[in-house]
Design a protein around this ligand. Sequence first.
Ligand SMILES: Cc1ncc(COP(=O)(O)O)c(C=O)c1O
Length: 417
Amino acid sequence: MELNLDLNRNVPVLDWTPHLASRTEGMQSSAIRELLKLTQQPDVISFAGGLPAPEFFPLREIEEACRFIIRENGAQALQYSATEGYGPLKEYLATSMHKYGVPAMPCNVLPTNGSQQALDLVGKLFIDPDDYVLTGRPTYLAAIQVWNAYQARYHTMNLDDDGLVVSEIEHAYEKVLADSGRPPKFIYVLPNFHNPAGTTLPLERRLQLAETATKLDLTVVEDDPYGELRYEGEDVPPICTLIPERTIYLGTFSKTLSPGLRLGWIVCPEVLMERFVQAKQGSDLHTGTFVQYIANDVCQRGLLKPHVRRLRQVYKERRDTMLDALAEFWPDGCSWTRPQGGLFLWAKVPESMDTVEFLKDAVAQKVAYVPGVNFYPNQDGGHNAMRLNFSYCEPDLIVEGIHRLGTALKQVLGHSH
Ligand SMILES: Cc1ncc(COP(=O)(O)O)c(C=O)c1O
């Protein structure tokens, strides 16, 4: 039979809403994804995404790894593989956690499709409809997005210059218990170079958090995509080191190797691992075999460490460029964090301003950022804040973009310039 394909045929547009599960009501596409579309215009200076600098992707190292794998292990690398992950990579990851004092063994490690999948699996395993998650205010918005799909609620606590105010945890826990009759399911923390706030939780607060979590029998989800990207100061032990028995630690290669590989990992107690494996099996059977081989090859040949050392130099320079430009071009009444690492800083403009409104002015000047409200799970703050990424743009564009934003800010605030 000949198929008469008419691509111009008018296919009716149906309303799918009544057919969808009720949990989809809380699902929204991320504001950042929408913004990223905007920033794809070549002339926009984007401080919006969390993108690594593409000109520093380790192309040669990955090309060599691909050739080597195909030559030596092609058939295995292109085959289905175990949900638990590729043994040598698990071994490498477990050992690499030892330098932070995390007592991980390969049986505690599960490679995932980016740490975003790990966040999803946490939701799948822990969140019943209307369960509460404790987190900071602001917090990582894609975690909120993924847990909204499980109908989570959020009880938030303040952040100050040192990150989460951990002395608020106990009260937050009691409040959730009193209001909902159930304890919160876990606390979600970003101790290193917080996205979006740029803060780092000092050791004393980590110790206090560990003590409180133990007292309350509270699970800790520790999200650490940026820990390797420290530009100054000393490493602080992960919470996972302090209370490995109740911490689910999330790591990723996205910021050190490449986000397009989509490779992250979970470190958790062995007794919980079986559950994660079951949850993951239903989602995608396993993390891409080829991708695990590539990361393993790059790591085992010792290529990751020098690459990360180079990234630290590059991003430190970009951070400093942004900090200097802010000091030079932004009007009085603005403030910002000075992150010791990571990819973001958090800037505040005067209370009278609204950064959602101001985004129109910014985009008119061909500059993009993410408005602060997007990082507040209960939409109760951040109206005069914005997240600025400093890893993606080259230094001269950082200066230009911050200058343009400063000029637009002065106009709105009625300053002369
Ligand atoms: C705090 C945080 N968690 C998780 C992720 C997701 O990372 P991945 O690319 O590993 O999925 C990101 C990415 O920007 C992040 O900032």
